[in-house]
Design a protein around this ligand. Structure first.
Ligand code: SF4
Length: 99
């Protein structure tokens, strides 16, 4: 399980869940039966439009403001489409670009 904080250069860094969209493998398939949406106890993951026709479904969205970085969704995604990304804690919506 991913940890919510790790030490880098003596500083603790918060991580939030991110969805892989650019890779061909391990990519989210927009499944209407997505288990990670149900598993997040903070409702940080939402999917606006669901459907079995992949073309009209939306990718799940992860709200970095709600995510506490527990990593449960990383383990729950059957496609491995979620990873943890360190964020700048001063600006929660801004991710570190070099990671
Ligand atoms: S890391 Fe935890 S809190 Fe964040 S979206 Fe995943 S399950 Fe929810």
């Amino acid at each position: 399980m991913a940890k919510s904080k790790k030490i880098k250069n003596g500083k603790s860094i918060k991580e939030v869940a991110k969805l892989k969209l650019k890779l061909k493998r391990n990519r989210c398939d927009k499944s209407p039966l997505c288990p990670v949406i149900k598993i997040c106890t903070l409702d940080a993951i939402t999917q606006k439009r669901r459907g079995f026709l992949n073309l009209f479904a939306d990718y799940p969205e992860i709200d970095p403001g709600k995510c506490m970085g527990c990593g449960v969704c990383v383990d729950a995604c059957p496609r491995g489409a979620i990873y943890m990304k360190p964020i700048d804690t001063k600006n929660k919506n801004k991710s570190y670009k070099n990671n």
